[in-house]
Design a protein. Structure first.
Length: 314
């Protein structure tokens, strides 16, 4: 009996040792990920708060024009005898632009003069009047933008033969009425051609609502004046961004550095801490924030938690 009891006690002792070993192994297995995971360095991209410019803009398209535009028409049907100007020439009001061929008219008056059927002074007056009707003159001061006829070409009465511009250069942009309410005279704009900035401009007028003939859309013509003369032909298409709200020389961060909770992950001594911030103004790329210039924040990692270690990556 004593021997059997001793053997039973020995087996019980060995089972207790096995259970203790298994329990310790499970404890180690459960504890190990927590310890190693909690101290793992998260890979993040970091940026600094820097001074920059933030603008909320309205993107529009427009065409180059002028404050005054004159369409010069053919006074009567006939043949162009002489074109006196070229595109780009500056002209004064009354300056001769072109002259029509008056050979037939002159021949008829000459025959009357030779026949003695008319007073010479009357015929001279009629000749002067004839030459005047055959001459096309500038309706005002300006620059010749386009010449639509050539010498010896025929043209019908009322045909446009030239376009002359006067006054300041403008960019006219049709803007949908839904967007007009946010605009105001004096707003700044940036003008682009083929994706490249070509000048700055300013809103000088916002026209009444009109219906576009081509689209049937109700729009307002918004006029911009560039800060310098553009070397583009009248009617050239350009793009513009009108600044609805603008802040310059303010602390900015990339918008992706701001979380949905309006916080940032402030980085200090290799660790990240969630810090609240106020976004004062934002555009597609940058946000104006109430943070001191020079501090570093982590960007775009959803695995961060307060106080976690980080490792910077490019």
């Amino acid at each position: 009996m004593k021997g059997a009891r001793a053997m039973a006690q020995g087996r019980k002792k060995r089972w207790c040792m096995v259970l203790a070993a298994v329990s310790a192994a499970v404890t180690v297995m459960l504890w190990q990920p927590v310890v190693s995971g909690g101290d793992r360095a998260e890979k993040v991209r970091v940026v600094r708060v820097e001074t920059g410019r933030v603008a909320q803009v309205l993107a529009v398209t427009g065409r180059v024009g002028y404050e005054e535009e004159y369409g010069v028409l053919m006074p009567q049907s006939g043949v162009v005898e002489q074109v006196c100007v070229s595109a780009g020439d500056r002209v004064a009001k009354g300056q001769l632009l072109l002259r029509m061929d008056g050979t037939k008219q002159e021949s008829g008056l000459s025959k009357l003069l030779k026949s003695g059927g008319e007073d010479a002074s009357v015929l001279a007056s009629e000749m002067e009047l004839l030459m005047d009707t055959l001459s096309v003159r500038a309706p005002g001061d300006g620059v010749v933008q386009r010449v639509e006829v050539t010498r010896h070409a025929g043209a019908l009465a009322g045909t446009p033969v030239m376009i002359i511009s006067g006054g300041r250069q403008e960019i006219r942009c049709p803007v949908a009425m839904a967007d007009v309410s946010g605009l105001a005279v004096g707003m700044a704009a940036t003008v682009f051609r083929a994706g490249e900035e070509i000048c700055r401009a300013q809103v000088v007028s916002i026209g009444p609502a009109v219906i576009q003939e081509t689209t049937g859309q109700t729009v307002s013509e918004v006029t911009l004046v560039p800060d310098r003369e553009l070397s583009l032909p009248m009617g050239a298409a350009v793009d513009a961004e009108i600044a609805l709200a603008l802040a310059e020389n303010v602390p900015v961060l990339p918008v992706e550095a701001i979380t949905e909770k309006d916080t940032v992950w402030w980085v200090s001594e290799g660790r990240a801490y969630e810090t609240p911030t106020e976004v004062l103004l934002a555009d597609e790329l940058l946000a104006w924030v109430d943070l001191p210039e020079g501090i570093t924040v982590a960007v775009g990692n959803g695995d961060l938690h307060d106080g976690c270690r980080i490792r910077e990556v490019d």
